[in-house]
Design a protein around this ligand. Sequence first.
Ligand SMILES: [Fe+2]
Length: 209
Amino acid sequence: MQRIDTATKAVDLFGAGKHGFKDGNQSLGIAPTDLNAAIFNAIQEEIANVIEGAGMALDPGSRTQLKEALELSNFDIGTKLLFFQAAAPIGWTQITTHNNKALRIVSGPGGGSGGSVAFTTAFASQAVNGSNSATTLTTAQTPPHPHAFNVYNTGGAGSNPSGGSGGSPSASPGTATDGGSGGSHNHTFTGTAINLAVQYIDMILASKN
Ligand SMILES: [Fe+2]
């Protein structure tokens, strides 16, 4: 945009360097402000850019296109948007109905809400506490292991060591068949429940036409 800049402009009419137009007065020898193409082209394109920028084609039969374009660029009263800043911008009021909730994108109607746990509660670092149930192992679940036993010689006075009069341990104890087979076993874990039913509000995504 520019202001009138012909030699006959009204100098500083709207402030320092802000020239304007003036009428002429023949009796006083005052010349009116001369017009040039530059000022009209500036005005024309300033207006046309607003209209065309709103996606509208210039219509020679309309006198309301600038108004319509400005209305398109404004939000209707009650429009709700997200702002990533400390406070609502001028002309907007912060809504405090919802607090400490997550945003959920939905393809159906937006504006709803749900959940039962505050955002910071649901997603806080939470320790899981609990215990395993006791399990009694079967023989098959124990690891394979030998059972040693002693073999008593029978060369003594008696064959029965418990008889008190004979028998002595052999030099090489024998080994019985392994017991157990290392089968797996389970324990049932019972821990604290973590409620992730975070509170949310339903958002929709939309693109401006
Ligand atoms: Fe175990």
